[in-house]
Write a protein that binds this ligand. Structure first.
Ligand code: AMP
Ligand code: GLY
Length: 416
């Protein structure tokens, strides 16, 4: 099969590496790919941007592409799957209307409420003064969320009325999210530990993947500002059998009922962002794509042929499919540019020793004149696998000395 993979991050490097393992895979066109996919067997980087739908469709036609796989949310929310399908091209991902589960917080909260998916209490507002009077009657902390896509920056945890008022002003008055915060969701604050549960669906069946735990803050101990994710362990040690059963019953099962009832055309990944609290599991959000950096860990544990799984989803055969996992832990430590998530230098040479290459996945790294250099805040992931979490951690951290670029920064406590 010839596959076109949309995206350029660490997630896409992991997807490309995993799909390339399949004997069914002949070529993967990475649109646009990065400095990691550039070196993967069967992969070719193509200079098209992720949102250039008509160029993507033309490329698929000219190169007889069998399947489009979409990494990031933006093209999904813009309807790339519908566009491909209309031209007779198979694409793995939700349709445009189902992708609203990630594209609009109000839409997704209404869906959760309608189908009894356990989630924090909320109200949705389009008028600033209504939202402000609601805050005047609220208890704190409280959570304010921009309705639309805000590059991971649209959620404010507000400790008191004043900080909530500032957040509301940024979203609704100063319009810092360029339209995405004109509408907001204000919701109950939940105390607990988070879990990322990715899953695959064909609209009739959902199969959960092994759970994962992201580490969002920049500093050890969960301190400092949020980032795109500084590391992951999988499975998530907090997802016990009891938690998992609760998730299946109160979140995943109800979500599937909703997908069926709404007749969503959904053959893709659904990612549940879960808060495990003393009162059970609550759904924080849906993502309609794989997580980054969760994917880098989760796919390292997948024994099944991912391409076959994708085909089973497209053929609506997930009810007859089993996903096999290695009985191991995966620890993913992100190496970031010095200064991230603030400003940082780019274009620094990345040196990876030969023996570490199979354990490294590139995120913010590109080829410049044939040399791999940094191009982003989160530069790459170093993966360690082990029979225990401690072993996986040890393997990952030992590997870090085999990877160098000026100012590499990482957390020391991933999985601790
Ligand atoms: P979201 O994009 O909705 O997942 O929110 C981003 C992050 O904000 C989550 O991963 C949580 O860390 C935090 N968060 C979101 N909603 C809540 C909530 N209701 N209570 C506490 N923390 C939250
Ligand atoms: N790691 C969280 C996300 O991909 O949204």
């Amino acid at each position: 099969m010839k596959i076109l993979l949309i995206g350029s991050g660490g997630r896409e490097h992991a997807i490309a590496r995993k799909i390339a393992e399949s004997p069914k895979c002949e070529t993967i066109y990475c649109v646009p790919g990065n400095g990691g996919t550039a070196f993967e067997p069967k992969c070719k980087n193509i200079d098209i941007k992720i949102n250039e739908s008509s160029k993507i469709v033309d490329f698929c036609k000219q190169n007889l592409v069998d399947l489009v796989v979409v990494g990031p949310e933006e093209p999904l929310i813009n309807g790339i799957v519908d566009i491909c399908n209309a031209k007779g091209i198979k694409a793995f991902g939700p349709s445009k209307n189902a992708a609203m589960l990630e594209g609009s917080k109000t839409f997704s909260k209404e869906f959760m409420k309608k189908y009894g998916v356990k989630t924090a209490k909320y109200e949705s507002f389009t008028d600033y003064s209504d939202a402000l009077s609601y805050l005047e009657k609220s208890e704190f902390p409280i959570v304010i969320k921009a309705d639309g896509l805000a590059a991971g920056k649209g959620v404010y945890i507000c400790e008191d009325f004043n900080s909530a008022k500032i957040a509301l002003e940024e979203c609704m008055v100063n319009d810092v999210f360029k339209g995405a915060g004109k509408k907001v969701v204000i919701e109950e604050f939940l105390q607990g530990v988070e879990a990322s549960i990715l899953s695959i669906t064909d609209g009739k069946t959902i199969i959960p993947f092994v759970s994962a735990k992201d580490h969002k803050q920049i500093f050890d101990g969960g301190k400092g500002p949020n980032t795109g994710g500084m590391g992951v362990v999988s499975p998530n040690p907090y997802v016990t059998q009891e938690v998992f059963n609760d998730f299946c019953k109160n979140i995943m099962g109800k979500t599937l009922e909703g997908i069926k009832e709404e007749n969503f055309e959904y053959k893709g990944i659904i990612f549940f962002g879960v808060m495990i609290t003393a009162k059970g599991c609550y759904l924080l959000e849906y993502n309609v794509r794989m997580g980054d950096p969760e994917t880098q860990s989760v796919l390292s544990l997948m024994e099944s042929d991912f391409l076959e799984l994708i085909e089973a989803s497209l053929d609506e055969k997930l009810n007859k499919t089993e996903v096999k996992w290695r009985n191991m832990y995966s620890c993913n430590v992100v190496l970031a540019s010095s200064g991230y998530p603030g400003s940082f230098k780019k274009g620094l040479e990345i040196d990876i020793k030969e023996e570490a290459k199979s354990n490294v996945l590139i995120a913010g790294g590109v080829l410049e004149n044939g040399i791999l250099v940094t191009s982003g805040g989160r530069v790459l992931s170093v993966i360690g696998l082990g029979k225990t979490l401690e072993e996986a951690r040890r393997v990952a951290y030992n590997n870090i000395s085999n990877v160098n670029f000026e100012g590499k920064y990482f957390r020391n406590d991933i999985g601790l």
